[in-house]
Structures are given as C-alpha cells and as structure tokens.
Design a protein around this ligand. Structure first.
Ligand code: NAD
Length: 327
C-alpha cells in the first residue's frame, strides 16, 4: 500500500482529519470525525443532507465548507461529477444478480431435452438510472421484463431496452422537476398506483422497486396484501431500502421471508462492486475538486450553480436553502 501511494506522490497518514485542508470522503463524517477536522477546511463527500441533521449542524459550527455529492446539479457540466448516477448504475446491475441467484428458477427461456423452461418475469418499478440498469441486466439474462415510472418520458427508454412499459392508466400530476427528479404524488395517487400494479406484482417472479423522491421517504408502492398475492419463492429486491423501502414489509439491511416471498432490503450495494465502485466514485469526486481549484487552491465562485448547488455549509452557516428548510 505504501509503495503504491508513493508512486502517486501520496502518503498514508494516521490522523488525517486534523491535518487535511481538503478532505474527500465516501460516507458522511461522524460527529467525532467532524470535531477533529480543521476549522475552515473543505469537505467533499456523500452527506445524506436531508436526514443527517446533527452532522450538518456540526459541520457549520466547525466552519467547514462542505459539499454534498448527493446535491450535484443535473446539468451537462456536472455529468462527470454525478456520483449518484454512478452508484445507481452499480446498484441496478447488482440487484438483478442477487435476485437471480435467490430465485428458485432460471431467468432465460431454455429448450432442453428435459422440457421447455419458461423465462422468469421481472417487474421494475421506477426506471431512473438504477431501474434502467436493472432492466438491461435482467434482459441480458433472458427474463421477460416490464417496468413502470411516474415520469412519462421514461416509456421510450424502457421500450428501447426491449422491456414493456406497464400500462397503469395513471396520469401523475407534475411528474418531474427541472432536474429530471420525480416529484412526490398525493396519497390517493399512491393508493391508485398500488391497486393498478397489483396484477403486475402478482405475475412477477422478481420485483425490483427503485422509486425515490429526493429528500423524502421512499413511497410505499407494494403493500402486504400485494406480497400475499405473489407466488411463494418470488423475490422482491427493494432498491429503495436505504430510503425506507418501496415495499411495506422491507426491513432495510435484512433479508427476510414473508408470506413465502423473499424480501431483500440491501444497504450500500455499490460497495459490493468495490473495484469499479471506488474508481467511479473517485472520478466523480476528483472532477468536482478540479472544478473548485484554481492554481492548486479552492476558489469558490458562489454565482456558479455547479459550485453553489452542492454547497451545504460555508463560513459557519448552513447555506443550502432546501437543507436549511428541512432542518
Ligand atoms: P431517483 O433515483 O431519484 O428515482 C428513481 C426513479 O423512481 C425515477 O425514475 C423516478 O421517476 C421514479 N419514481 C418516483 N416515484 C415513483 C412512483 N411512485 N412510481 C414509479 N416510479 C417512481 O432518480 P434517478 O435515477 O437519479 O434519475 C431520474 C432521471 O434523471 C434519470 O432517468 C435521468 O433521465 C435523469 N438524470 C439526468 C442527469 C443529468 O442530466 N445530468 C443525470 C442523472 C439522471
């Protein structure tokens, strides 16, 4: 390790928090770590800005200029810095592999001397970055794939991957915001969506819900009754588990069986492909760092939305309006 670091003119430090002027991290810092950080230093990291109140307040109190990778704006210039999309790509791919390995069935159609094997049916709810990757991966494994998303623009993307867009006959109101993220819908809408999805969920061997609304608990889209309607041995791989889960029975971080259905609520799937996971994340973080630097030192242009967008704390204040409002 030391040799590898030396090759890149780096060295391993025992106590990095008290020494770093600029700290790049994967997980949000703990309160203890923040208390050791240098005042007026810079931090670029995932911060879970909407539900990490104590840490955000501690960062402001320590006068740290902290950037949250989750809040990167979705503009063309920010694409190489889009850590969420990079991690969602991994999660969508891995979700299918885990579900396929747990399902007591084949994924592809097989013609064998011992009979014809029908392909598995996969239903993906939410076709954003993770969902589209899950659709592509499930198709490559030979499954029959259906998908649904509240954003109408997604239909074409789903179909271009060879999957079928589930026809629920629902019109989401004001489905997406300026940056392409889904907007929350009313309770009545979610109830209707549950009813309309009942038969798709019941027909599926694998359901992969990925539906998220930024800054909010994931909407419940699969009720206990819907789980009861599924065949024993079917799998729900809930990619929204970290945000509370899209299935009412999901236990984040656990792998359970309810009504004969395997319900998996994985946490931090990107870490299960650490090789490219690290490479991809490192690339997004360093691209952002390079954007901030001028002649080797950070230079903040607060009129630039690429700098301002992910900035959470600066000069002792919480400066991100949405985060501040949530706290
Ligand atoms: P996300 O992880 O926040 O949400 C996942 C998906 O769940 C989204 O497609 C969302 O529409 C969907 N969803 C929310 N509520 C739902 C419900 N009730 N039922 C079904 N689906 C529901 O989103 P994401 O994957 O990060 O991104 C969404 C879109 O943003 C992408 O598809 C892409 O088009 C766009 N995007 C743009 C950029 C860019 O311009 N730089 C970068 C990344 C993504």
């Amino acid at each position: 390790m030391h040799g590898l670091l030396a090759e890149h003119s780096a060295r391993l430090e025992d106590e990095v928090f008290g020494k770093a002027d600029i700290l790049l991290k994967v997980q949000p810092p703990t309160i203890d770590e923040i208390s050791h950080m240098k005042e007026n230093s810079f931090l670029i990291s995932f911060l879970q800005p909407y539900n990490n109140v104590t840490a955000i307040k501690a960062l402001a109190a320590r006068k740290i200029t902290a950037f949250s990778m989750e809040l990167m704006p979705r503009i063309t210039r920010a694409q190489p810095m889009d850590a969420l999309s990079a991690m969602s790509t991994i999660a969508g791919y891995k979700a299918v592999l885990i579900a396929a390995s747990r399902l007591p069935k084949f994924f592809p159609l097989l013609m064998t001397a011992a009979g014809t094997i029908t392909p598995a049916r996969v239903f993906v709810i939410g076709a954003g970055v993770a969902g589209l990757q899950a659709i592509g991966t499930a198709k490559r494994l030979g499954a029959v794939v259906e998908a649904y998303d509240t954003r109408p623009a997604v239909r074409e993307q789903v179909e271009s991957l060879g999957a079928k867009f589930a026809e629920l006959g629902l019109a989401a109101k004001d489905a997406e915001d300026r940056s392409g993220y889904a907007k929350a819908q009313s309770e009545e809408f979610y109830e209707k969506q549950q009813q309309m999805m009942f038969k798709y969920v019941a027909a599926a061997d694998v359901v992969i819900p990925t539906a998220l609304v930024p800054g909010q608990r994931a909407p419940i889209l699969i009720t206990e009754e819907m789980v009861r309607g599924m065949r024993p041995g079917s799998v729900i791989l809930d990619l929204a588990a970290e945000q509370g889960g899209n299935c009412a029975l999901t236990e984040p971080g656990r792998d359970i069986v309810k009504h004969g259905v395997i319900i998996i609520g994985p946490m931090n799937l990107p870490s299960t492909i650490p090789f490219q996971g690290s490479e991809m994340y490192a690339r997004t973080v360093t691209s952002f760092l390079v954007h901030l630097l001028k002649n080797g030192t950070p230079h903040l242009d607060l009129d630039d939305e690429l700098t301002r967008g992910p900035l959470v704390t600066h000069q002792g204040e919480i400066v991100h309006e949405v985060v501040k409002a949530r706290l």
